[in-house]
Write a protein that binds this ligand. Structure first.
Ligand code: HEC
Ligand code: HEC
Length: 333
């Protein structure tokens, strides 16, 4: 009798453990939203606007884009979200593939204007910070990692406040986007991706140009596009930082990102000024005849960065180990 009871108890323990493991894998790892209250000052708002327009490029995803102009500038109403990606069309602003797409479900890039119903008007500052840097929405669900929260987790606490100030300043737009509908197993995988921050995120020392450049090259996603990685992984392939060669598809044209290391096949021959000038050169929003003449790197937005910030990115890139790669940039003239 006692033996049977022991077995029953053991079985119950195993079952309870199993249920706990299954249940905990259905919700992302998360912490409660921070108790944050952003006081909006003109300086903070100016910093937030600069970051969003020229570094973070939130509206390049959260708005429709005008692909008849170079870089595909976001079109007003800014932040109101955009057409959904579906199983038939994968659009990241551009129709990258015709017919059947590989997108596992339906995903609509959301309205992040302060509209209370369809936007983020009712979210707290802590909830916004958690969504942007830790990938967990208001209801505790993991965001699809097309939202680059795993990159934005490096945004410093001061800059996070600036971005929130900017979001609160957007004109509220009532634009309801359909709920997402992601297929299994992706629906489960996206719950495993988020990682809570462990503490405060410090801002780089402004006197340290290399540290500032590393910070900007991370949050401006230069690293993400210019470092080869396996699949859509968070981590780049070891020893390949900024080696370029990542394929990007624009209409019928495939164009790789370029080698940004200080090698002869990278930006080795470029001076600091030539690097800054390259951005200014592509800075205008000239009209382009076909999608293939355009670029997925929004040069014109980045061209609005200050000389100090572009120069810091250059200083950081020069500090990297040189890597020889076939994906050389065009010679700087
Ligand atoms: C590369 C595209 C991309 C960029 C850049 C991007 N987002 Fe997103 N964002 C998304 C997608 C896609 C979602 C929806 C994810 C989902 O529903 O699972 C999203 C969701 C969000 C949400 C959650 C909204 C909700 O209702 O759940 C917020 C807040 C947000 N983004 C803010 C920002 C901010 C602020 C920036 C710039 C710092 C930014 N995003 C940059 C693609 C992007
Ligand atoms: C969305 C992906 C993406 C992002 C983000 C991105 N790049 Fe690029 N980059 C590319 C691609 C693709 C090319 C190839 C040429 C083109 O399409 O403009 C390129 C080309 C370049 C070139 C070579 C230009 C030439 O004349 O050959 C430089 C320099 C460069 N990127 C620097 C940067 C820096 C610095 C950042 C961050 C501020 C950055 N990129 C962010 C995708 C990206």
């Amino acid at each position: 009798m006692i033996r049977v009871l022991r077995w029953v108890i053991a079985l119950c323990v195993v079952l309870a453990l199993g249920v706990t493991i299954v249940m905990s894998s259905l919700v992302p790892r998360q912490r409660p939203p921070a108790d944050l209250e952003v006081t909006i000052t003109p300086e903070l708002l100016a910093r937030g606007t600069y970051l969003v327009d020229h570094v973070l490029l939130c509206n390049d995803c959260h708005s429709e884009r005008d692909w008849t102009r170079y870089g595909g500038p976001p079109m007003p109403p800014l932040g109101a979200g955009r057409e959904c990606m579906t199983r038939q069309t994968a659009t990241i602003g551009v129709r990258v593939s015709e017919g059947q797409s590989n997108f596992p479900g339906v995903l609509c890039i959301r309205n992040i204007t302060p509209d209370p119903g369809s936007g983020i008007g009712n979210w707290t500052d802590g909830e916004l910070s958690r969504a942007i840097r830790e990938g967990v929405d208001r209801d505790g669900n993991g965001l699809f990692p097309i939202m680059p929260y795993f990159i934005y987790r490096h945004i410093s606490d001061t800059d996070m406040r600036a971005v929130i100030a900017y979001m609160r300043s957007l004109a509220p737009v009532a634009a309801e986007r359909p709920e997402r509908d992601i297929d299994f197993p992706m629906s489960l995988l996206i719950q495993w991706f988020p990682e809570p921050l462990e503490g405060p995120v410090a801002h780089p020392d402004p006197a340290d140009s290399v540290a500032t450049g590393r910070y900007l090259a991370t949050i401006a996603r230069c690293d993400f596009c210019h470092t080869p990685r396996r699949g859509q992984g968070k981590e780049g392939i070891a020893g390949m930082a900024f080696a370029g060669g990542v394929p990007f598809v624009l209409g019928a044209r495939e164009t790789p990102s370029r080698n940004l290391t200080p090698d002869a096949t990278g930006i080795g021959p470029w001076t600091r000024q030539a690097f800054i000038d390259r951005f200014r050169l592509f800075g205008d929003r000239h009209s382009v005849a076909t999608l293939e003449d355009n670029t997925l790197m929004d040069w014109s937005a980045y061209a609005g960065m200050t000389d100090a910030d572009l120069g810091a990115i250059y200083d950081f890139l020069r500090s990297l180990p040189p890597i020889t790669s076939a994906a050389a940039p065009d010679p700087a003239s």
